[in-house]
Design a protein around this ligand. Structure first.
Ligand SMILES: NC(=O)c1ccc[n+]([C@@H]2O[C@H](COP(=O)([O-])OP(=O)(O)OC[C@H]3O[C@@H](n4cnc5c(N)ncnc54)[C@H](OP(=O)(O)O)[C@@H]3O)[C@@H](O)[C@H]2O)c1
Length: 221
């Protein structure tokens, strides 16, 4: 791998994506950090290049995918998106299209955040979409594909998500019980996920790898 790398981040305005950008900008391994956003990050940095794009037309920006490492942290909720179809667009179509363009442009590695329970055969719509996007991207000709499946994400979120708020209270109250095989269900800081993604990216390595929440926790602390 080149000593000075370029990175592209999708979902840079989000909880995990924001942490990934912060880490990439601070890391001398990366000399250029491109972000594809639909609203600009309130951030200026010599290494940072922001591109306002229409995510329904990602292929118009294919040249931007000619980087070393792509970090995809896109995501929404069915409630926020408004329908299952709209959710699927953000959590399946956009990441898949990004991975397709990345493969076409010859990236070294594609790192994707999905979620605990991702499973293309799941009866739960959310888990199924996450599993389906993992499976679809696995079929692309990417030299390396790293999948991160975090549990409930913890961190400072502007928007109030009732389900997640309840989850956080439960996670806080029961976190100490999450031992052994239950460890992967424990809530995890978005910054920890980002840290693990960066470590994996810097380590390199070929092929497909899946990281469960407890492994992410270990790597990212
Ligand atoms: N929240 C959890 O507890 C949890 C748990 C496990 C896994 N995950 C998964 O982890 C990943 C990261 O989660 P997060 O909480 O960091 O996400 P987040 O804070 O909600 O950020 C989501 C990112 O996706 C972008 N996005 C959403 N809808 C979009 C659209 N229609 N067009 C273009 N961009 C769009 C957002 O851009 P804007 O700022 O422009 O909206 C933002 O950059 C997601 O895949 C999520 O499903 C989340």
């Amino acid at each position: 791998m080149t000593t000075q790398r370029t990175a592209l981040v999708l979902g840079a305005t989000g909880l995990v994506g924001g942490e990934v950008v912060r880490l990439l900008l601070a890391d001398p391994t990366y000399h250029k950090v491109l972000v594809l956003v639909r609203r600009n990050l309130p951030l200026r940095h010599d290494k940072l290049e922001q591109h306002l794009v229409d995510f329904d037309r990602l292929s118009q920006h294919n040249a931007l995918f000619a980087v070393d490492d792509v970090f995809c942290c896109l995501g929404t909720t069915i409630r926020k998106a408004g329908s299952q179809e709209a959710f699927r667009k953000v959590d399946y179509t956009y990441p898949y299209e990004a991975a397709r363009l990345a493969a076409e442009q010859g990236v070294r590695q594609f790192l994707l955040v999905t979620a605990l329970g991702a499973n293309a055969q799941s009866g739960i719509f959310y888990n199924r979409v996450k599993g389906e996007v993992e499976a679809a991207i696995s079929n692309l000709a990417l030299p390396a594909f790293h999948i991160f499946r975090p549990s409930l994400l913890l961190g400072d979120r502007q928007e109030v998500r009732l389900g997640e708020q309840i989850g956080k209270v439960v996670a806080g109250a029961t976190g100490f019980l999450m031992l052994g095989p239950l460890k992967k269900y424990k809530g995890i800081q978005a910054a920890t996920v980002a840290e693990a993604m960066l470590q994996v990216a810097k380590r390199g390595g070929a092929g497909k790898h899946v990281y469960q929440s407890d492994q992410i926790q270990e790597m990212g602390k």
